[in-house]
Design a protein around this ligand. Structure first.
Ligand SMILES: Nc1ncnc2c1ncn2[C@@H]1O[C@H](COP(=O)(O)OP(=O)(O)O)[C@@H](O)[C@H]1O
Ligand SMILES: [Mg+2]
Length: 316
């Protein structure tokens, strides 16, 4: 039996979240936030952290600066039980950071990329990555140094016998091509949100998008915020409603969904169970600040999952 269930290659950074700032932010004024949270962010690291919290054995490979922000971010993964034996520390380099300003309507998201975009194919220990049963990659379009060879990475994982998944997240350049087209043939499970699914399929409605994507991929899972999620596998389509929760913020809900879905997927659960568990984890993430805070309290996590599961009549 392999030591790890899932390996993930990707980015790591802290999220600095300032709540309660005004919608309009004039320059040269001291604008006061009502609350502040510094938490482990970045799609890849959130998926890794929350998968480990759920009980999967996770190995995470990333490049991080040798600065205090990078250290705090890695410490959170260590505390979460993620294996970091193949992490690359870039001497003298600055780690990335994201500042999030949630407003009444929408949020400002400000990112300094730093090492977020500096992980290269040559930095990866392929033997380590392929020692798990499943490989996952998030934030494809932020992996600028890795992008030209992401398809090679996925091809290696497939030929080593792993199942694979991809959550591209947004494309800041809004091109939705290049590395994506080259990589999709080696992806078993694609995990976009609604908007991303339509963008990558170049479709103006979700149904067309899902039809197009499912012709190219074994399993397409689309996250739909408070409307839950759907999954399509060939001619079979499943949907699962979102859980009802008191929301603090939606940061990392999609990544937490991925963690829940993949935790069940690697156990060989059927698609409806994977979807339902993804929805539970996505909803749970929204009950605390950022994408990982909720999952740091294991007792609260177990209690939420058991209770919400029961209330919704799920059988997982
Ligand atoms: N308001 C909400 N109430 C309950 N669950 C939610 C809510 N928002 C998100 N979720 C859960 O998190 C998942 C991912 O959220 P979504 O916003 O669709 O993805 P992303 O964060 O990638 O944009 C949803 O499919 C759902 O399961
Ligand atoms: Mg997302």
């Amino acid at each position: 039996m392999s030591k790890l269930d899932i390996t993930i290659a990707g980015e790591i950074n802290l999220d600095l979240i300032l709540y309660g700032l005004p919608e309009q932010m004039p320059v040269e004024r001291e604008l006061l936030a009502s609350q502040f949270s510094m938490t482990l962010g970045s799609s890849s690291a959130i998926v890794a952290h929350n998968l480990a919290a759920l009980g999967s054995r996770v190995g995470f490979v990333t490049k991080v600066g040798d600065d205090p922000l990078g250290k705090i971010a890695l410490d959170r993964l260590v505390a979460g039980g993620v294996d970091l034996s193949c992490v690359v520390r870039a001497e003298g380099a600055a780690s990335g950071v994201t500042v999030i300003l949630p407003h009444e309507r929408g949020r400002h998201i400000l990112t300094y990329l730093g090492t977020i975009s500096e992980l290269r194919f040559e930095d990866l220990d392929l033997e380590y990555l392929s020692s798990a049963r499943h490989f996952h990659l998030s934030s494809l379009f932020l992996q600028r140094a890795l992008a030209p060879r992401v398809h090679d990475l996925f091809r290696e994982m497939k030929s080593a016998g792993l199942t694979t998944s991809l959550d591209t997240n947004d494309d800041p350049d809004d091109r939705w091509g290049g590395a994506l087209d080259a990589t999709l043939p080696f992806v078993d499970v694609l995990l976009p949100n609604e908007r991303e699914a339509m963008k990558m399929a170049r479709a103006s409605d979700l149904e067309t998008a899902v039809t197009r994507l499912s012709e190219r991929m074994q399993t397409v899972v689309v996250k739909m915020g408070s409307r839950g999620a759907i999954a399509v596998q060939g001619k079979k389509q499943f949907s699962a409603p979102a859980a009802k929760v008191q929301i603090v913020d939606p940061v990392g809900a999609g990544d937490s969904f991925d963690a829940g879905f993949l935790h069940k997927f690697v156990q060989g659960s059927d698609l409806p169970d994977c979807l339902a568990y993804g929805n539970l984890c996505g909803a749970f993430s929204t009950t605390a600040s950022g994408g990982t805070e909720a999952f740091r309290n294991r007792d609260a996590m177990q209690a939420f999952l058991a209770q919400t599961n029961q209330d919704a009549g799920f059988r997982i």
